[in-house]
Design a protein around this ligand. Structure first.
Ligand code: KG4
Ligand code: ZN
Length: 357
């Protein structure tokens, strides 16, 4: 049966809405509107939850209007409304959930609450029709975890970061080196002209078994490397900055690829998929592609616009949940924390980009 869903996303600093149509064959993204908030948070060196929540409340309905117009779809043409109900910055999640409830109440359409991480984790099925089971490496500004995905609602968390998410580390490294935010793309651009082998940086937790990772020590090592360069030359030279960026990016790629190699060895599935903003990084993508090739498994990395936060992944995850028979009522709660794997031990700590789950 063909289903057309509106997806609404507002868990961090992107207000997004999209229309996705799925039949028996490939799913179609009819429209995908993302209104970022980087400029609003630029002066604060991170996402300010109150500013984010207000911006979502102001913009989300416009995103929905635009997504419907671009798709050439009217509300009565929809089969349901999917909305991120967590995990994330609670004010933003509430803005999305309230809007979705309002539209559902006004139209009588079914409402489906979606876990933001499930949105990322199911994206390879939207873009490439990947079959279950597969291994998902989710690497973003707020999250870092290996998931074994056996169904739309069947996730096993194999491991993840014990402190910072890699995107958070990219953002902090950019700040340390005086680059703009978001840090990932800025560090990647600098790294392109740098020598990754000149500044020695650690490869945290590679000496330990298992799939857990750590990125906070790497950030501290970058701080020391910067201070050493400044002390040696009376300031941070362009070449030093580029070399530090290249070394940092290489270290993150090495840690992610070695842990992925081990995860694939322990869980031999046909496909490795990657998602989240950090998956936009070309060096990291290439490293993971090489790991997949060596293990003889397919590698799927969604297009960049579908790696970062967007409404299409929420619409798609909503369709997958709807097909399982899942419906939510007007009591759908906005949740700051919502672990995908209900069996896994809860994560401690909350990053600046929202609760780690
Ligand atoms: O998935 P996402 O859009 O939002 C979250 O749910 O966190 O990820 C944003 C994160 C930011 O920390 C950003 O610096 C990082 O992804 N990022 C990158 C790149 N593009 C975005 N990190 C490394 N290299 C990139 N090219
Ligand atoms: Zn995300």
């Amino acid at each position: 049966m063909t289903l057309t869903f509106l997806g609404i996303e507002s868990s961090c600093d992107d207000s997004a809405a999209a229309i996705v149509r799925a039949g028996d064959g490939a799913a179609l993204i009819l429209s995908s509107v993302v209104a970022g908030q980087s400029a609003l948070h630029a002066d604060f060196g991170g996402v300010v939850p109150e500013i984010a929540a207000r911006a979502h409340a102001e913009r989300l309905d416009l995103c929905v209007e635009q997504a419907l117009a671009e798709a050439g779809v009217a509300l009565p043409d929809l089969d349901g409304i999917a909305v991120t109900a967590g995990p994330g910055l609670i004010g933003g999640v509430m803005a999305g959930v309230m809007l979705a409830k309002g539209i559902a109440a006004g139209t009588g359409l079914p409402l489906v609450g979606v876990n933001h991480l499930a949105g990322h984790a199911l994206t390879p099925r939207l873009t490439d029709g990947v079959a279950f089971p597969y291994l998902m490496l989710l690497v973003s500004g707020g999250h870092c975890q290996f998931l074994r995905v056996d169904g739309p609602d069947d996730f096993t968390r194999l491991g993840g970061t014990i402190d910072d998410a890699p995107g958070e580390a990219f953002d902090k490294v950019a700040k340390i080196l005086g680059l703009g935010q978001p840090g990932g793309p800025a560090v990647e651009v600098e790294a392109a002209s740098g020598d990754p082998s000149r500044v020695p940086l650690p490869r945290p937790l590679l000496d330990r078994p298992g799939f857990d990772m750590s990125f906070s020590g790497l950030k501290t090592a970058v701080l020391r490397a910067r201070d050493a360069a400044v002390a040696a030359h009376g300031g941070l030279r362009r070449a030093d900055r580029a070399d530090i960026c290249a070394a940092f990016q290489r270290a993150v790629a090495d840690v992610l690829s070695e842990k992925t190699r081990r995860a694939l060895a322990a869980h031999p599935v046909p496909t490795l998929a990657v998602a989240g903003g950090v998956a936009a990084n070309a060096t990291i993508r290439a490293a993971l592609d090489a790991v997949a090739r060596a293990a003889g498994v397919a590698f799927v990395a969604p297009p960049l616009a579908l790696c970062t936060d967007n409404g299409a992944m929420i619409a798609w995850a909503g369709i997958e949940r709807f097909r399982l028979g899942h419906r939510d009522g007007m009591d759908l709660a906005a949740r700051p924390r919502w672990p995908l794997d209900r069996r896994a031990a809860p994560m401690l700590g909350a990053g600046k980009r929202g609760a780690k789950a």
